[in-house]
Ligand binder design. Structure first.
Ligand SMILES: Nc1ncnc2c1ncn2[C@@H]1O[C@H](COP(=O)(O)OP(=O)(O)OP(=O)(O)O)[C@@H](O)[C@H]1O
Length: 314
């Protein structure tokens, strides 16, 4: 049984000409026991999906099942077995971290110890301080501790690294791993590939309300094929030159990265194709001002799936 099944989900906000189509016929599964990274740029529809999963908003069409139950009919039971780190801070200024946790523990009928949870998220020092005086990162740590209450079967984390410094982001990843090792399924959203590739078994890439890729981190890595990313700055760009580069063998993901100065990035698979790209541009009368190369990363895959229309997804 999958932990989450999203089936033909459509959500539009507003009506008539004012309507925004946030999700369009979205389908995917999160398997039991996996860490699933839900990636997409701002506005792709990640929070909307999470809000439907938790029955905070109702879909326009389609259906969602969570832990084998209907998301709408069984939302109460689903929430009792799920730990949620929502997007944006939702702490109460006048309550301390201990009071926040006591409240969460009582509402879930759990028997966790607030001190143990706060120690795990690195907030034990501030246990009796009011949340109103917390930094963004501290508030985020407190919200995470609340999500961990009651050893949930499913953790849903919406942009969990928001407000965290690099150390905090690393600790967050450690907690995701520990929770997963305990048996929890983890579903987390991010707009930064780097944050998900270290901990995720699989990644789904969302763009404009549609899933454009779902694969294991390994599979995505294979799709970059150990190639090289070449970045070229030129004096001008035209369609003919772009088309010529696109039609070269062993060249993919030709993306116009900037207009001023005109810059393109290209993924090349073979050693010779780098010179072929530069040669092709010069043959078309385009002057190469500068170029650099680096090993292609998953970030390149993410970028190629989520930017502009100048994309040739492989
Ligand atoms: N309550 C709302 N009313 C109208 N439009 C909305 C509402 N909530 C979201 N939208 C629109 O739906 C689309 C998807 O938004 P959503 O917040 O789900 O994206 P997201 O991927 O979570 O983005 P972010 O990374 O910025 O949080 C956007 O175009 C957004 O403007």
């Amino acid at each position: 049984m999958p932990a989450i099944t999203v089936d033909s989900l459509t959500k539009s906000y507003g009506q008539g000409s004012e309507a925004t189509l946030a999700l369009e016929d979205l389908s995917f599964e999160v398997r039991e026991g996996e860490v699933f990274g839900f990636l997409g740029p701002n506005g792709a529809g990640k929070s909307t999906t999470i809000n439907v999963i938790l029955d905070f908003i109702r879909p326009t069409a389609g259906r969602v099942e969570v832990l084998g139950m209907d998301a709408q009919a069984n939302s109460r039971e689903i929430r009792s077995r799920t730990g949620v780190l929502p997007e944006g801070v939702e702490t109460y200024d006048r309550l301390t971290a201990r009071q926040h946790l006591e409240f969460a523990i009582e509402s879930k009928g759990a028997d966790d110890d607030p001190e143990t949870l706060l120690e795990r998220v690195g907030l034990l020092d501030a246990i009796d301080k009011k949340a109103g005086g917390y930094s963004k990162g501290m508030a985020q740590r407190l919200m995470l501790a609340m999500a961990l209450v009651g050893e949930p079967d499913l953790l849903i984390l919406d942009e969990p690294s928001t407000g965290l410094d690099p150390n905090g982001a690393r600790e967050m990843r450690d907690i995701v791993r520990e929770e997963n090792a305990r048996g929890a399924t983890v579903f987390f959203s991010s707009h930064i590939m780097e944050q998900v590739e270290a901990v995720c078994d699989r990644v789904g890439i969302l763009r404009d309300g549609e899933m454009v890729a779902v694969d294991s981190v390994e599979g995505l890595r294979d799709s970059v094929g150990g190639g090289t990313s070449l970045r070229v700055t030129v004096d001008r760009l035209d369609d003919e030159a772009l088309q010529a580069v696109r039609s070269l063998p062993d060249v993919s993901n030709v993306v116009v990265e900037g207009e001023d100065p005109p810059t393109i990035t290209v993924q090349v698979q073979a050693d010779g194709s780098k010179t072929a790209v530069l040669g092709e541009l010069e043959d078309r009368g385009v002057e190469v001002r500068d170029f650099s190369t680096r090993e292609a990363s998953l970030e390149d895959v993410f970028q190629s799936y989520t930017t502009g229309s100048e994309v040739e997804a492989r």
